[in-house]
Write a protein that binds this ligand. Structure first.
Ligand code: AP5
Length: 225
């Protein structure tokens, strides 16, 4: 579906956005589109952790077991990481936080360091989470970062190769059934209370994420005016 140009109206104000929603709801997919349209950086705590694991940094070694088993990385470590990232120069006109905050403590921390303009909650049912995560394949080239899906969309032309840069595709360790189950439990216990938290602050936008990528982004862009 074609998105009308007026949907991309940028009011020139700062855009500090957080993306909520269960695993696989399309936060990463939508964050990349929002980032491009509004020219603000996409900050994914999960991507930062995975990059550090790949590069075998001290942080990477510290967080590997949490990511592989689907558990949350300790708040103190995650909070510090986000605080320093959002102070960087490219965040002066705003940012999109994808995967942070993930519990009330992280939300309180974020609240103490900056104001948020919009909390966008992309919702899908649990069965769809499992279906999408089992089919997800990621481009191994960090500069590209394309996301595909063998079960839904976008499907790569060849199962193991990125359409955009021809690098290999891989399946995340936490997209295996046991880790998906653990992540969903944590989502319902710790992350979903944030919906009410941001609703009370009057900045919550709820989006039905079970439709096509284009329909979801169209709704998000219209809501972010
Ligand atoms: P993170 O990387 O943030 O993972 P997540 O929240 O589990 O989210 P996902 O990346 O799984 O899903 P997504 O919503 O981005 O979906 P996507 O766009 O890829 O976190 C990983 C780990 O890091 C955590 O488990 C934890 O250990 C740690 N961590 C991160 N942040 C933390 C924090 N704040 N505190 C503590 N620990 C933290 O889409 C999914 C698939 O569906 C793709 O294949 C895509 O192509 C497809 N798709 C997308 N949209 C659609 C659509 N509309 N229709 C059909 N298919 C679609």
């Amino acid at each position: 579906m074609q998105i009308p140009p007026e949907a991309f109206k940028d009011n020139g104000d700062k855009m500090k956005i957080i993306l909520l929603g269960p695993q696989g709801s399309g936060k990463g997919t939508q964050a990349k589109l929002i980032s491009k349209k509004f020219n603000i950086p996409h900050i994914s705590t999960g991507d930062i952790f995975r990059k550090n694991i790949k590069e075998e940094t001290e942080l990477g070694k510290e967080v590997t077991s949490y990511l592989n088993s689907g558990k949350l990385v300790p708040d103190e470590l995650t909070n510090k990481l986000v605080e320093s990232r959002i102070k960087e120069d490219d965040c002066k006109n705003g940012f999109i936080l994808d995967g942070f905050p993930r519990n009330i403590k992280q939300a309180e921390f974020l609240n103490s360091v900056t104001d948020i303009d919009y909390a966008v909650d992309v919702e899908i049912p649990d069965e769809e989470v499992v279906f999408r995560l089992e089919g997800r394949r990621n481009c191994s080239n960090k500069g590209c970062g394309a996301i595909y899906n063998l079960n839904t969309s976008p499907k790569p032309k060849e199962n193991n190769t990125c359409d955009k840069c021809s690098s290999d595709l891989f399946q995340r360790d936490d997209d295996k059934p046991e880790a998906i189950k653990k992540r969903l439990e944590i989502y319902h216990e710790q992350t979903s209370p944030l919906i009410d938290y941001y609703d009370k602050k009057g900045i919550l936008i709820i989006i039905d994420g079970s439709r096509s990528i284009e329909e979801v982004s169209q709704d998000i862009f219209l809501a972010l005016k």
